[in-house]
Design a binder for this molecule. Sequence first.
Ligand code: ZN
Length: 191
Amino acid sequence: MPVKEILQIGHPMLADRANEIDIKTISSPEVQDWIKDLVDTMRDADGAGISANQIGIPYRLFVMEITDNPRYPYKPKMPLTVVINPELTFLSDDKFTSNEGCLSVPNMRANVERHLEISVTYYDEKGDKQTKYVRGYSACTWQHEYDHLDGVLFPHRVIDSRSFCSWESFKEYQEAGYAKHVEELVSKWGA
Ligand code: ZN
């Protein structure tokens, strides 16, 4: 499957709520091709996740995967996860200040507050219903991708506009400190 163009902030499809997928169509070649395109595009861009509307498919589908990612060296690993029609519930008021970037927001990062304990139900790529309890840093990645399906990008959630930062400046001045912040979180909460 080809790597797709990633839509950039300001594109109307990134601002709209994406549509539910008819779960009877999950095994169809069309939906399976969407999944392959998403995985290929995410891996090509060294992303930790990507939602379907970021490549012009206005449906409630995203994929996540964190291996040895040069874009996010401090992130705990996550196996490839395909998520269709998710429902997300916050389980506590515990929050984490997550420094985020996005493939649809060029060369910009900033601080966003994310819940640390969530539960998710969704359909996987086989059409099987899954329920998961997610805590710690991975919960931030889930919320970032879930937001895309509702037309929300991380700059909409920024808690301090002075935290806006280029990727180069982040690497040079903030990454080491942030990696420690993430390490402390992971040791307390798990990945
Ligand atoms: Zn994003």
